[in-house]
Design a protein around this ligand. Structure first.
Ligand code: C5P
Length: 407
């Protein structure tokens, strides 16, 4: 999806091994529709060449304040006035220290200092050795930058170029792309804690078999990403799915409906919004066999007895916090026909203010979907679009309801 069309990104590279990831990041930004102007420090040239970054960004790289392309010799002003966002990736410990002190002795530090604070957001993706990252001086500088209004992105943990292991690796290009896209989304859920269930559940019959369904979890994961983009703290309780966790989202993996209910109950006391997208199995085998049930050759099939699973959404919708308006509950309905009638009936049955209907066979496993939002007074159709686009519209709708005091 071209989510960065008409956005102009200043991509600053400072000296570090992680520069190789910035080549891929530049590609991803361009593929998302952004225009990218790369600016390098002198030291960056030890790790990656301007030629590489020029080829990927389709623009000549700037290294010097005295670049002949700027007739007024004010590259720091010109570059920082035409951009929508500035991302320094990788951002070295030395560069962080310079930013924290407002030093401005090369083009990249100059343009960071010269940027209008209210117009050009600055994101930094730190990348350094674990001891350098942990050092009190670096942590002090990072805290100072956050106070100054810089968005300090996290670091990941793992093996480092120097052979040591720990925190300090730069985030992956796809995560950085998501962070850039997120910066342009309205922060309509700032201060909220959104709890989301997603995916199918798996109800064991014996150690090797179980009952599950075709839910892919994609809609719930898209909503988790959109909620986080909107500034919420997000907890995603996921059944067995093979999807990447959206960056910045806390994920709790569960298997059965009972596991899912337990995880949701643990988090519900601090949540302000519950969005139940999970396709929870209605029933589970009463007693999972401890050993694999074997065929005995007689042609007899085992008789399984099922019991009903707890209804997670209905349970939470009846809780005191939901009843007194502290927890806004949203349900989903996957139907095959008569969507509006079924969604309206389900909203009442579940006791939720908002129920989102979709056609099961047309959404399971797909990257796009169509939604029908049903509340007490009427309904709203969100026509077929990518799941992330629909998720953003749904989150904006929920934010409007919360801010208008809906229960
Ligand atoms: O009853 P049905 O499964 O159609 O209801 C769908 C809605 O209820 C979804 O929001 C789903 O996540 C939620 N649900 C639940 N626990 C169940 C069954 C459904 O939270 N046991």
């Amino acid at each position: 999806m071209k989510e960065l069309v008409s956005k102009h990104i200043l991509l600053g590279l400072t000296g570090g091994i992680a520069c190789y990831k910035s080549a891929e990041l530049c590609r991803l930004l361009i593929k998302s529709g952004a225009t990218v102007q790369v600016v390098m420090t002198q030291a960056t040239g030890q790790f990656i060449t301007p030629v590489t970054m020029q080829a990927l960004s389709h623009r000549k790289v700037y290294v010097s304040q005295w670049d002949a392309r700027e007739p007024n010799n004010m590259a720091h002003i010109n570059l920082s006035r035409e951009a929508d966002l500035c991302l320094i990736a990788p951002c070295s410990a030395d560069f962080i220290a310079k930013l924290a002190h407002g030093q401005a002795d090369d083009l990249l530090t100059l343009l960071c200092l010269a940027r209008p604070l209210d117009k050009l957001p600055l994101l930094i993706a730190p990348a350094m050795n674990v001891e350098m990252w942990k050092h009190p001086a670096t942590q002090r500088n990072v805290a100072q930058l956050a106070r100054d209004g810089t968005y300090v992105l996290g670091v990941s943990c793992g093996e480092q170029a120097c052979g040591e292991t720990g925190d300090g690796r730069m985030l992956e290009p796809a995560q950085l792309l998501d962070e850039v896209i997120a910066r342009f989304q309205p922060k309509s859920l700032a201060g909220q804690h959104v709890l989301i269930t997603a995916g199918p559940t798996y109800e064991a019959i014996d150690p090797v078999r179980g009952v599950t369904n075709l839910s892919s979890g994609k809609m719930g994961f898209a909503i988790a990403r959109a909620a986080r983009e909107a500034g919420a703290a997000v907890t995603l309780v996921a059944g067995p799915v093979s999807l990447t966790t959206p960056y910045g989202v806390q994920r709790i993996d569960v298997r059965s409906a009972e596991n899912m209910l337990e995880a949701v109950m643990q988090k519900a006391s601090t949540a302000s919004v519950l969005i139940a997208t999970a396709a929870v199995a209605d029933w589970r085998p009463m007693q999972a066999s401890e050993q694999k049930i074997k065929k005995d050759g007689s042609g007899q099939v085992p008789m399984l007895t099922f019991v009903e699973n707890p209804d997670i959404l209905a349970t939470l919708a009846q809780s005191a916090r939901a009843q007194n308006g502290e927890l806004f509950c949203v349900g989903f309905a996957a139907e095959s026909h008569d969507l509006l009638a079924h969604a309206q009936a389900k909203r009442v049955r579940k006791g939720v203010p908002l129920l989102v209907g979709n056609i099961g066979p047309a959404t399971f496993g797909q990257d796009d979907n169509a939604l029908l939002l049903v509340d007490e007074v009427g309904h709203l159709e969100l026509p077929r679009a990518s799941k992330i686009s629909l998720a953003r519209l749904l989150i904006a709708d929920i934010a409007r309801r919360i801010s208008s005091g809906a229960k």
